[in-house]
Design a protein around this ligand. Structure first.
Ligand code: PLP
Length: 407
């Protein structure tokens, strides 16, 4: 298979890539923040609003039924993709942050003073703050799995943190700031020995790998469509049925009830119990289309292409004088964080943008990681399967220019 030939076909699916920014052809390397959307996804949004837009699960009229069917079909696709045992285990959310907050709120009455919640040193703020808030509400204590200088979790220290007090473990599958792929299977199995519940933040993993939630045996898994070539404002929470039945609803309102009276309200069954109000209907449907698209490209292809990019970019970036990688884990995905000695990441980001290259600079919503490495932030280039070696060359060239200008 010739990768270079296929890649041009793939790039043609993404209209946004074919433009100039600041007078230069766009090189989009901020996929860790949000991915671009293929035409199939863009068209599906228009098609939804042009042909079947109506509220779901309510009307008997034809459009409402079509919209409901399409929305539920998307749920089914998500179930199959993640290999959830039951359809009702797929809850539509606004995204990863929303899913984590749903679970953290749900555990308010299940966690008590002195219980412990474990996160890792390389979490996104959205997998730290909701747990801190849960601790504030309940008197539970937050514990942190430390990492080493490569940006790998220190598993011996995790072993020491686990105890009968551990109620919940929440870690990311792949770090958005460092690219580290965490040994989540091991983390999950060890937590289960203490009957602790495990939530996996899959926001940065699901664009690159296809997790099997039954094989992983995690209790919760969350992700966002917008990082997977889908629209913003929609994501899923996978939860084991037993846990979703135990935790109370997150929000009250329409759609999530069985019967309402002023004396007592009973809640709807899963998944509706957690889906109060009119959801992002178009978003949910089109999430399914984005998933179809990713699967048509194929996760084998995606991984092969991205690994090649990771290796090539690492090799080429290494040639830049004074460049230091932040995050050099053995198990790593195509997210590369680095700094250039003597240059502030923000200044570098601004200059390379003038040259048409989009990277992220700053703390990447992971300030504790920056404190650990004692740096203000990093420059982050994050790749998707639609990026090319030429993109890497343009990045390196732009960084060389920035360095010359700043030093
Ligand atoms: C992007 C990201 C989040 C937050 O996702 P939202 O879509 O902003 O809710 C959480 N964790 C990780 C690892 C991420 O990469």
């Amino acid at each position: 298979m010739s990768l270079t030939k296929d890649i041009q076909d793939i790039r043609a699916d993404f209209p946004i890539l074919n433009q100039e920014v600041n007078g230069k052809p766009l090189v989009y390397l901020d996929n860790g923040a949000s991915s671009q959307k293929p035409k199939a996804v863009i068209d599906a949004i228009t098609k939804y609003y042009t042909e079947i837009n109506a509220n779901i699960h309510r009307g008997v009229h034809t459009l409402s039924q079509k919209a409901t069917d399409a929305y539920e079909e998307a749920r089914k696709k998500l179930q199959l993709h993640f290999n959830a045992k039951h359809l009702e285990e797929i809850i539509f959310t606004k995204g990863t942050t929303d899913g984590i907050n749903l679970v953290a709120n749900g555990f308010t009455s299940l966690v008590k003073e002195g219980d412990e919640i474990i996160v890792s040193a390389m979490e996104h703020h959205s997998n730290i703050v909701p747990w801190q808030m849960l601790c504030e509400r309940t008197g539970a204590v937050l514990k942190v799995i430390p990492m080493n200088q490569h940006g790998e979790l220190i598993m011996e220290d995790y072993d020491k943190l686990l105890s009968e007090k551990t109620k919940l473990v929440a870690v990311n599958h792949i770090s958005n700031a460092l690219g580290t792929i965490n040994p989540i299977k091991e983390i999950i199995d060890k937590a289960h020995q203490y009957e602790a519940v495990v939530l996996i933040d899959g926001a940065q993993a699901t664009p690159h790998v296809k997790p099997d939630v039954q094989e992983l045996n995690c209790d919760f898994y969350v992700c966002s469509a917008h990082k997977m070539c889908g629209p913003t404002g929609v994501g899923i929470l996978y939860g084991k049925e037993e846990w979703l039945n135990i935790i109370p609803p997150y929000q009250g309102g329409g759609e999530m009830i069985k019967e309402v009276s002023f004396e007592k309200t009973t809640y709807a069954c899963l998944p509706h119990k957690f889906e109060a109000g009119t959801p992002n209907i178009a978003g949910g449907i089109v999430f399914g289309i984005a998933l179809d698209y990713l699967n048509s490209v194929g996760f084998d292809y995606i991984q092969q292409q991205e690994e090649e990019l990771l290796n090539y970019a690492t090799q080429e970036l290494n040639k830049i004088e004074g460049l230091q990688f932040v995050g050099t884990a053995r198990e790593k995905t195509s997210v590369i964080s680095f700094n250039i000695q003597g240059c502030h990441p923000y200044d570098v980001g601004t200059i390379v943008d003038k040259l048409g290259v989009a990277v992220r600079t700053g703390h990447h919503c992971a300030q504790p990681i920056m404190s650990f490495f004692n740096i203000p932030g990093t420059i982050r280039a994050s790749f998707m399967f639609y990026n090319t070696k030429e993109d890497v060359d343009r990045l390196v060239e732009a960084l060389q220019k920035a360095r010359t200008m700043l030093l």
